[in-house]
Write a protein that binds this ligand. Structure first.
Ligand SMILES: Cc1ncc(COP(=O)(O)O)c(C=O)c1O
Length: 468
């Protein structure tokens, strides 16, 4: 397995060893975590018994049965540079010999200091000061706390279909799936208000399918303005607005051009802290270093994670100094910290990732490859116009919107699962996304080869052609 290999499928999928290990796992892991066939639901979006991963390189993953797959998920958009990038592994090995753990807010490591400096250099404009965390949710929590401390207002605006993580603070902002929120609803921040995302394919507010991007954008901005101007919900109460500049799990939804600038203007007018959640879209995935670069809009706080550290759990909320200053100085015991904050191993790996991204100009390369892929997806759509309602996305954050009927745009989640099953049985890993689970997400490692993509398209086309 080189990283550029085509699939090698030796057993039924999942293979016998995977089945055995998942059975074993089911005895010692909370049953709500790993989906098994017996318990699968459509909403979980993961229909099959899992394969158990054993190793991975580049765009390849090998399971415990020796089957080799091509990964078009980049393992939740983490393996941007590919699994096990040699420079990232070398940085990790070197750091393992030096220092594995330091004392985050008390005695920082040299790697943490270098990493914060590098982040400040790479992020747009005056986004200069970071709060590090381990997960994407951590970064979102840090951003929401920062906004609350800065404005003194508890209210938050978030968007339909938005995914910001599942820890309590982040979950209150997440609207993506009701099932995530339902059991905990009584404990979630009641000051969060969800408003429509300007989805061009399924426009909000009952707008016609023929509504233009400008009409959709204006309707969403007018709705927000009305909310902020109302004494009940307005500037007295709301201090933050959090948005994914391109929705990831929500189904690779790209807002109309100018929408983010409209949000920036409203946040300035009403004194809201604007938070961009680029945990999915950051670090080259959309063909720019950050998705907000496409629109030249700078938030007050940028949340990043996933692809930043080559697979090590590391995230950051990066803010403008005048906003971060609202926290005041640490008086010896930080009021926002954790045991592993700024872990040196993660920081060393992230530094290597950022070096490779910049030196090898990956955002540009992703933009070029993304355009080629989107054109291929459009061609596929023209072959299957009854099944594919839309293909969309930016860079390597692409989605195939599967529909029951292109006229009504009714989502077809069963087809997404059918295609995912088919592709996996032929050695290609994809996941469904979207609030209805009907979007086949294509977010491969940037290093995926032409031959691997050719193989994927052949199999995908075969799956679509087989659909009754
Ligand atoms: C945009 C976005 N924000 C936040 C998160 C949460 O990150 P984590 O699962 O690392 O907590 C995700 C995860 O998919 C995400 O896509």
């Amino acid at each position: 397995m080189q990283g550029s290999s085509l699939p090698i499928i030796k057993t039924a999928i999942p293979g016998p060893r995977s089945v055995e290990l998942v059975d074993e796992l089911s005895r010692t892991e909370c049953p709500a975590i790993t989906a098994r066939r017996a318990r699968r639901t459509l909403e979980s979006g993961v229909p099959q018994d899992p394969i158990v991963w054993h190793k991975a390189k580049g765009a390849n993953v090998e399971d415990v049965d020796g089957n080799v797959y091509v990964d078009l998920t980049a393992a939740f958009a983490v393996a941007g540079l590919g699994h096990g990038h040699p420079r990232v592994l070398a940085a990790a090995h070197a750091q393992l010999d030096q220092l594995v753990h330091a004392m985050g807010d008390v005695y920082p490591s040299d790697q943490k200091i270098a990493f914060c400096k590098r982040l400040a250099e790479l992020t747009p404009a005056d986004l200069q000061q970071s709060i590090l965390g381990l997960s994407g949710s951590d970064a979102v929590e840090a951003a929401l706390k920062t906004a609350a401390i800065h404005t003194g207002r508890p209210g938050i605006i978030a968007f339909w279909g938005g995914y910001h993580g599942l820890s309590y603070g982040a979950l209150a902002a997440t609207s993506y799936r009701n099932s995530f929120r339902k059991p905990f609803i009584a404990q979630l921040n009641p000051h969060v208000r969800h408003i429509p995302y300007p989805d061009l394919y399924r426009p909000p507010f009952g707008l016609a399918h023929s509504a233009t991007p400008t009409e959709i954008s204006n309707a969403c901005l007018a709705h927000l303005r009305a909310m902020l101007s109302s004494p009940a919900t307005g500037s007295e109460e709301i201090g933050a607005l959090i948005i994914e500049p391109i929705q990831g799990r929500g189904g690779e939804v790209v807002p109309p051009s100018g929408f983010l600038a409209g949000l920036r203007a409203l946040c300035d007018e009403f004194g809201l802290v604007l938070i961009f959640d680029e945990i999915f879209s950051g670090f080259g995935r959309t063909g720019a270093m950050f998705a907000c670069d496409h629109e030249c809009v700078v938030p007050d706080i940028l949340c990043v994670g996933k692809g930043m550290a080559g697979g090590f759990p590391l995230s950051a909320a990066i803010g403008k100094p005048q906003i971060m200053a609202s926290w005041g100085l640490s008086s010896g015991e930080s009021i926002h910290t954790s045991t592993f904050l700024g872990n040196p191993l993660g920081c060393a790996m992230a530094l290597a990732v950022l070096d490779v991204l910049v030196e090898e100009n990956w955002p540009r390369r992703v933009a070029i490859l993304g355009d080629v892929l989107l054109a291929r997806l459009q061609k596929l759509q023209s072959r299957f116009p009854d099944l594919i309602g839309e293909v969309r996305g930016r860079g390597l954050m692409l989605g195939i919107d599967l529909v029951i009927d292109p006229a009504t745009r009714a989502p077809h989640p069963n087809l997404a699962i059918e295609l995912m099953d088919h592709c996996r049985s032929r050695g290609y890993l994809v996941l469904p996304s979207g609030i209805h689970g009907n979007v086949l997400a294509i977010s491969p490692p940037f290093v995926i080869t032409d031959a691997q993509l050719d193989g994927f398209f052949t199999v995908l086309e075969e799956g679509l052609a087989r659909h009754p």
